[in-house]
Design a binder for this molecule. Structure first.
Ligand SMILES: C[S@@+](CC[C@H](N)C(=O)[O-])C[C@H]1O[C@@H](n2cnc3c(N)ncnc32)[C@H](O)[C@@H]1O
Length: 225
């Protein structure tokens, strides 16, 4: 599943990636010691206050979208604390990447608990430079992570590279147009049209879902040949 020039070593359930013999290192926005604060922050502050959105509706929407996906290779960029483990059917093979080791450690427990057993791998790496080989994944998910990627252009190029030609991409992301209360949202906040232009310029079709939930936009994208 890996590119030739990369290698990957596992330690206590987390896979560390190496390039040219050196382990890749990252600076995370939430330092390891504070990772335990992530879930309460999301449910008590980020969803209701910053995004003006319902976490329950968000999870239900994604569950309905992912419910019919079985026995596929799934990639999530920006795994965080592993909340997708509660949403994705556990007969899929899941690869999750994140730059936060602390959050990946929490995610590891959740994926075990959700019954993924040996069907999941968590990688400390950046979405901008993936260690995976070309044409490997059936489905890729960015759940609330797109706005955190500094170099979205590189991320989408990598996404395009690792997806199979008929693969599907699903994304939830806060956008400017729906941030009607002008809340300060972390990261790079795009408009729906900007995202459409970015994805279409990389050869994806851009399909927004009609579902609305606070500042969040939900869309899928499919590679057009
Ligand atoms: C708001 S969290 C969303 C996490 C998770 N998907 C969820 O729904 O709870 C955004 C995540 O993106 C990760 N992240 C930020 N920049 C990244 C990058 N360049 N590559 C991979 N992950 C990144 C952060 O560490 C964080 O865990």
């Amino acid at each position: 599943m890996f590119k030739n020039e990369d290698y990957v070593l596992e330690n206590k359930g987390i896979y560390y990636t190496y390039k040219n013999g050196k382990q890749r290192k990252y600076k995370s926005w939430l330092s390891g010691a504070f990772s335990f604060l992530y879930d309460p922050l999301m449910s008590k502050s980020v969803f209701p206050k910053t995004l003006g959105a319902s976490m329950e509706k968000h999870e239900l929407f994604l569950k309905n979208e992912l419910n019919f996906i079985h026995n596929k290779e799934i990639l999530e960029l920006g795994t965080g604390s592993g909340n997708l483990s509660q949403i994705l059917p556990n007969d899929n093979k899941y690869s999750g990447i994140d730059i936060s080791k602390g959050l990946l450690k929490i995610a590891r427990k959740k994926f075990y608990k959700a019954g993924f057993n040996k069907n999941f791998k968590l990688f400390l790496c950046s979405a901008e430079e993936l260690p995976f080989k070309d044409n490997f994944y059936d489905v890729c998910i960015f759940n609330l992570s797109l706005n955190f990627f500094n170099d979205l252009d590189s991320v989408i190029s990598e996404l395009k590279r690792v997806l199979k030609p008929d693969a599907k991409f699903i994304c939830s992301v806060p956008i400017k147009d729906r941030n009607t209360d002008k809340k300060t949202i972390r990261g790079n906040i795009y408009s729906e049209n900007e995202l459409k232009d970015i994805f279409e310029s990389k050869g994806f079709s851009f399909r927004p879902y009609p579902f609305k939930n606070g500042s969040l936009l939900y869309f899928s994208a499919i590679l057009e040949n």
